[in-house]
Ligand binder design. Structure first.
Ligand SMILES: [Zn+2]
Length: 187
């Protein structure tokens, strides 16, 4: 009901993504530096994250992105998906490293960015983290995707559709390794 009455596509997208499982887990998580200082949000970052969750402006007025000169509106969406900034790559690598660490702690012998698992094909990315033995004597390649639901390509896509699009892009023909995906969507 609330979604149907939302005045703009951005609001409908925001509300739809808030329905996703675990989308609000970070709010009730107990702050802890057990896994490093990066796991605790600074107060200003927390304020911005809450404002974005509630659909409130995070800027007083529109600004121009200093990297690509695109307009950053008062909701600040562009900052999370600027293709010139390397922030998305940094976030991807940090998540990939976290998955790798969890797998190591679970003694799964993970291999990061394993080469050659897709066979002799060009332009296909390997899995970010490969676990050699997962199930039925087969391995699994875990792919981490960092996306923004408010990016121009994603604004009208449901999460499941966005996952399908990403999966198509990375479809593999390997038979020895199945592929799993970790999708992290920033709001
Ligand atoms: Zn930009």
């Amino acid at each position: 009901m609330l979604i149907e009455q939302a005045p703009a596509q951005r609001d409908r997208q925001r509300l739809n993504r808030l329905k996703c499982e675990h989308s609000g887990a970070w709010i009730s998580a107990v702050p802890s530096t057990h896994d490093g200082n990066d796991t605790v949000l600074r107060p200003r970052n927390f304020q911005v994250a809450i404002a974005m969750r509630l659909g409130l402006p995070v800027l007083d007025e529109e600004k121009r992105c200093s990297l690509c000169m695109q307009t950053i509106d008062v909701f600040g969406d562009h900052a999370a998906c600027c293709s010139v900034s390397s922030d998305r790559i940094h976030r991807h690598h940090r998540l990939r490293n976290l998955v790798d660490r969890i797998c190591k702690e679970g003694m799964l012998s993970p291999i990061m960015e394993k080469k050659g698992i897709l066979g002799p094909v060009d332009g296909r990315r390997p899995g970010d983290v490969t676990i050699p033995i997962w199930r039925s004597n087969k391995g699994v390649a875990i792919d981490v995707a960092v996306t923004s639901p408010f990016g121009s390509h994603n604004i009208s896509l449901s999460l499941s559709h966005a996952r399908v699009m990403h999966k198509r892009k990375n479809t593999t023909n390997t038979t020895k390794t199945s592929k799993a995906q970790v999708s992290i969507s920033y709001q």
